[in-house]
Structures are given as C-alpha cells and as structure tokens.
Design a protein around this ligand. Structure first.
Ligand code: PSV
Ligand code: MN
Ligand code: MN
Length: 386
C-alpha cells in the first residue's frame, strides 16, 4: 500500500482547475435564475476563484472561455490573476454561439464560415501566448440534425484541415485538447462524438494533440474508466472536464451523481501514472440553483476524495488477487479503498498546509459571500445564451 506520506504528497500536488464560467449566472435553456453577487467581469471571476484556492489550496488555475472572458489585454489579466495567487489555465474556444454557426463551424459546408471559425481558434492561440496558458481546449458543436443534411465524411475532412492548421500554429510548450460529446446540440450526427474520433484525429496530428474526457459527455452506461485507461496507455489523455449528470445535462457537480464512477476513473488515473501535470484536472460545470463558490469548493473536494480513495487502493494485494484469479478478493480490495472514509485524512492534509480542515465552513465564515452581494450589482450570465 502507498505510504501515508506519499498519499498526502500526491494529494497536495494535484491541481484542480476551475472554470471561469462556473462563477457566473447560468441556467438551462428554459430559465436562468440570477444569483446576487455574481461577477460582472473576468477580473471578478478571478477574485472568486482566488477564494476557492484560498480555502482548498489545490485550485491555482482558472480556465477562460473566449469570448465570454474577452478583455483588451490578456497579459494584464494574467498579471491580475498572479496578484491573487492564481494562473490562467486552459483557453476554451467558442465556435458555437454565432448565427453563422447554424450548420457548423470548422465542418460547415461554406468555406467562409470555416475560415471565420479557424480565425477564432488561431486567435485563441494568440491569447495563450499572452496568458502563458499551455492548453487550448476545443469543443465543436458541429453536427447535423437530419440524415442527408450534409456529407458525414466530407465534414471529417474539413475538421482535419482546421485541426491541422491550429496544430501548426501551436508553440513548443502548447497543446490542443480535443473534446468529444456524443450528442447535443446536434441530434443526428456529431462530428466529434466519441473518444475514438478524437483519438484518431489527435494521433494523426501528433504529440501536442491530446484527448480531453468530459465526464458528462457519454451515453448512459459507458465505461468511462476504460476510456481513461486506454488513452493513458496510448499517451493521449490530455485532461478531464469534470462534472456529472443523471440524464442529459452535464452541469452538475463532479461526484454528485456517481462518486463510485469518479473513484473508478481516478483509480485508472493513478494506476496509469496519470496523476501528473501532464493530465489537466479541470472542472466544467455550471451552478444553476446552488450557491456557486461553495459548489465549486465542494466539487474540488469531491475530486480530492476520489483521488485519495484511489491512492489508498492496496495495489500489491490487488495484483496478488488478480494473479490468483480471485475475483471476489480483487473486487474487495478495490471496494475497501472506496469505502474508506478519507475525510479525516484530507482534513489532516489541509491542516498540515495551514488550511482550515473544512473549506466550505471556512468560506461560509469568511464573509466573502455577503461582501460580493453588497458590492456587485448586475452580475453577468456565464455565457450560454448571453
Ligand atoms: C460543451 O458541452 C462543453 O463541455 C465544452 O467544454 C464547452 O466549452 C463547455 O461545455 C461550456 O460550458
Ligand atoms: Mn466540457
Ligand atoms: Mn459539456
């Protein structure tokens, strides 16, 4: 079993990136329930993110979504983050909200629309140069709603062409993370629907192209940990967008719907040597009815708890049981780790870092929630529908 000190060291070195859009107002396509005190600018989102990092100690980076977080001077925004003990993380592109993208972006049948979309992706790399971000996260809403609407194969060719132009533009220390989603907003075909499609494109592109697994983007019953194991084995797991869902919408807090699944995923990460900065552990969530900052703190803690349990798996005992064909014994080793209450361990880890053992309670006592309600009037929507 991993020594307790090694488990603690692994837990404090895991960094969890929070998304700027989780701090703003958001909703479903039916209604946005505005909350008081939400950020009115990218800077105020960073102010809130700094609170999450202050109480958890493991959330030092913030992902941006362009143009939701559009500013004139990205280097200045990076400096603003740094003054608050943060760094800017992945740059998320957005080629899904303009009217021009009704039939797609980089897969659109019209070359002019494809050029516009590619222009945005390249602009995102310029932004990465200014912010010092390593990762460009690409999610395409491209797809079709009706059989025959467009040529499935030609759309793959257009996608490959755009991806390759972006790949060529990346600096030596930059990566592109290609995200897949099995459906939505397109209802018939989606141009990057699954890990296999993302993997095939990334493999052709080269080592700077990696797959990102958004935990909410799979059909019910999909074995996500298998995908994680396979991508890690192939050196193609770039990171995660963590969240959870019960049905279709993927905006719930990670670990809320299925903490056991999150544990199984994190076990494969640990087993595959993926608990390193090469794998980006990002949240991609929106908090529609619950208070946002405590929900983000809770989400960070949920990832930590799953990671802690994964680190506690007695790998030697597991290997012995597996080699002996002891089905029940092997399963019991895994379940023992999952059923361990790791909250006291994490409380200890936090105390050793000079943090409050209970981040949610400490945030509640800090007065930040009351302060932002008093100071911020007219907070903004996260982006969807904005
Ligand atoms: C799409 O559903 C997605 O998961 C992509 O990562 C987007 O950039 C993000 O959500 C926006 O909420
Ligand atoms: Mn995502
Ligand atoms: Mn999503």
């Amino acid at each position: 079993m991993t020594a307790p000190s090694a488990v603690k060291a692994a837990l404090t070195s895991q960094a969890i990136e929070t998304p700027s859009w989780a701090y703003g107002n958001s909703g479903t396509r039916f209604k946005v329930f505005a909350q008081q005190g939400v950020p009115r600018s990218p800077q105020e989102k960073l102010d809130d993110a700094a609170q999450v990092h202050r109480f958890t100690g493991v959330a030092p980076t913030v992902a941006l979504h362009i143009p939701w977080d559009k500013v004139d001077d990205y280097a200045a925004l990076a400096a603003y983050a740094e003054e608050r003990g943060l760094r800017l993380g992945a740059i998320n592109s957005n080629v899904f909200q303009d009217d021009d993208y009704k039939l797609g972006s980089v897969c659109h049948p019209d070359a002019a629309v494809r050029r516009k979309a590619l222009g945005h992706l390249l602009e995102c790399v310029d932004i990465m140069d200014a912010t010092g971000s390593r990762d460009l996260k690409l999610w395409f809403s491209d797809g079709t709603n009706y059989p025959g609407q467009d040529d499935i194969r030609a759309r793959q060719d257009r996608l490959a062409e755009a991806l390759s132009a972006v790949y060529e533009r990346l600096g030596d220390d930059q990566r592109m993370l290609l995200e897949y989603k099995f459906f939505e907003p397109a209802f018939y075909t989606t141009d990057v629907p699954d890990w296999g499609t993302a993997y095939a494109h990334c493999l052709k592109l080269g080592p700077k192209a990696q797959v990102v697994v958004d935990t909410g983007h799979h059909a019910p019953g999909t074995n996500i940990e298998f995908i994680v194991a396979l991508l890690l084995r192939e050196g193609k797991l770039g990171g995660f967008d963590f969240n959870s869902r019960f049905y279709a919408d993927d905006d719930l807090m990670v670990g809320a719907a299925d903490p056991f699944q999150l544990f199984r995923i994190m076990y494969e990460v640990v087993r595959g040597g993926g608990l390193t900065p090469d794998v980006a552990f990002m949240l991609d969530q929106c908090h529609n009815i619950e208070p946002k900052i405590p929900a983000i703190i809770r989400s960070v803690m949920n990832v930590q708890e799953a990671t802690a349990k994964a680190l506690l798996v007695d790998r030697e005992a597991l290997a012995a049981a597996q080699a002996a064909g002891d089905v029940l014994g092997a399963n019991a080793v895994l379940m023992d780790a999952y059923n361990t209450d790791v909250r006291p361990l994490l409380a200890e880890v936090r105390q050793e870092q000079g943090l409050d053992p209970d981040p949610v309670a400490a945030y509640g006592r800090s007065g930040w929630a009351e302060r932002i309600v008093a100071e911020r009037v007219g907070g903004r929507q996260a982006g969807w529908g904005a």
